[in-house]
Design a protein around this ligand. Structure first.
Ligand SMILES: *[C@@H]1O[C@H](CO)[C@@H](O)[C@H](O)[C@H]1NC(C)=O
Ligand SMILES: *[C@@H]1O[C@H](CO)[C@@H](O)[C@H](O)[C@H]1NC(C)=O
Length: 427
């Protein structure tokens, strides 16, 4: 007697089974194979090893490609395994990995259901400068990035992606990003996520040059390409991006933008972030500001605008915002001498930074602002700790800082209230 489950029931079970288990189910019998296959190959994930990239190439080159909706590549050093397991020399064959990956990506336009592409590169910045401060040849990791962009630019017809994730992008100038054929894959994008991996130890303007060139030349066309369709934009930078290197968000408009997440984007006149956000009041529902700071022109002791003013404007203008997350940057004082500082062991929110020309950004700590209170409630004195020390500190009256907190609380309250009335309206 056979104990057959009706196909409807099997379909239901298969629909609830995670992808990993679907591979196993496929080998049970022919019925299950047919039922489990689409789900098993809906998302194809590979890591940067010879075996894994070859596996992805095999799938994309086979009939299974009709099921593939998502393609994910993750560099080996961006995986959790890389902490504990070493790659064998054979797996580490960079040349072969690059060939496999690009051969697979070259097939993307043959996948009838593809809507998501995610490329996670190595989480390191390996670019170096010559003695004359000209960039050396690109590292192997950057070569790989460039080669994938070139492959994507050649796809004909360009696949109409809905979701594009580029993680650990090396901020280094490359003309391919401005190639209309590369930008072609972004014309129907709904969701765009870009994160960068730079080297935070490379302080000083000279090392910033390639990064600046990336943000002023390479990056803008990438943000412009999907303007008409985008609903969700996530920009995660691993260092403060603002006036230097410049990032001109103010010129962009996404008529359908519902969700915006920014990490380490500096608010100032040049980035025009505040104006960019309020210009999307009609559609914006969800806003995340992580580790964002206000930048000040150097040698000016007061910012042109405080957080209190920005949060106030958001409360008033962002009528359709129902989700808000704000996270401050904080300075940890756990290194040597921490005991001596005593009070500095407390959380030190950094909400303002100033540019020290020839060096880089210096933090502006809230607590220093408190220390500088000068009784009359006016602005504190600017204090430069000295040329070459690398620390540039500016003080601000405590009132402004307290005002920032209150304005944020008020904004959170407004957004919560709106979320509640929005939910009530829908029921
Ligand atoms: C395949 O295996 C499943 C699970 O054991 C079973 O319910 C189903 O009836 C089988 N189908 C065939 C055709 O044997
Ligand atoms: C909020 O959304 C509604 C409905 O889409 C729209 O009519 C309204 O103008 C929006 N609010 C703002 C400030 O644009």
């Amino acid at each position: 007697m056979s104990r057959r489950l009706p196909t409807e029931l099997l379909t239901l079970i298969v629909g609830l089974t995670p992808a990993d288990a679907l591979y196993a189910l496929r080998s049970a019998n022919r019925t299950l194979r047919a039922l489990a296959t689409p789900g098993a190959f809906r998302a194809v994930r590979c890591t940067g090893t010879v075996k894994s990239t070859a596996g992805m190439l095999n799938v994309l080159a086979s009939e299974l490609r009709e099921h593939v909706e998502e393609v994910h590549y993750r560099d080996w050093y961006a995986t959790e395994e890389s902490d504990t397991i070493d790659l064998s020399p054979e797996q580490e064959d960079e040349e072969l990995i690059r060939i496999n990956l690009n051969s697979a990506l070259a097939l993307l336009h043959t996948l009838p259901s593809l809507h998501t592409l995610s490329l996670t590169f190595a989480p390191t910045y390996d670019e170096t400068l010559h003695a004359d401060f000209e960039p050396n040849d690109p590292s192997a990791s950057l070569e790989l990035q460039f080669s994938t962009f070139e492959t994507l630019a050649k796809l004909t017809p360009a696949p109409a992606l809905r979701t594009f994730v580029l993680e650990n992008l090396t901020p280094f100038p490359h003309p391919i990003d401005a190639d209309p054929r590369f930008l072609g894959i972004m014309r129907d994008l709904r969701e765009l996520t870009i994160t960068t991996a730079s080297d935070l130890t490379l302080e000083g303007a000279i090392f910033q040059d390639p990064i600046t060139a990336f943000f002023t030349a390479t990056f803008p066309p990438v943000l412009e390409a999907p303007q008409h369709t985008l609903t969700s934009l996530t920009l995660f930078f691993d260092q403060n991006i603002g006036a230097v290197p410049g990032l001109a968000l103010g010129r962009l408009h996404y008529p359908h933008l519902e969700r915006l997440a920014l990490t380490r984007v500096l608010f100032d006149q040049e980035t025009g972030v505040e104006a960019f956000i309020t210009a999307h009041a009609a559609t914006l529902q969800c806003l995340e500001l992580m580790l964002c700071k206000i930048s000040m022109p150097e040698s000016t002791a007061v910012p042109l605008r405080t957080w209190a003013q920005i949060y106030g404007a958001f409360s008033e203008r962002l009528e359709n915002l129902t989700e808000l997350e704000v996270m401050d940057d904080t300075e940890k004082r756990e290194e040597e001498g921490a005991e001596e500082y005593g009070v500095l062991l407390k959380r030190r929110p950094i909400r303002y930074v100033a540019w020290d020309s020839g060096w880089g950004w210096g933090a502006w700590f809230a607590e220093e602002q408190e220390f500088s209170e000068d009784g009359d409630g006016g602005e504190g004195e600017g204090e430069d700790s000295g040329a070459g020390s690398g620390v540039f500190r500016i003080t601000l009256a405590v009132q402004a800082v307290a005002g920032d907190e209150d304005a944020l609380d008020a904004l959170i309250k407004v957004v919560r209230q709106r979320a509640i009335s929005h939910t009530e309206a829908t029921y």
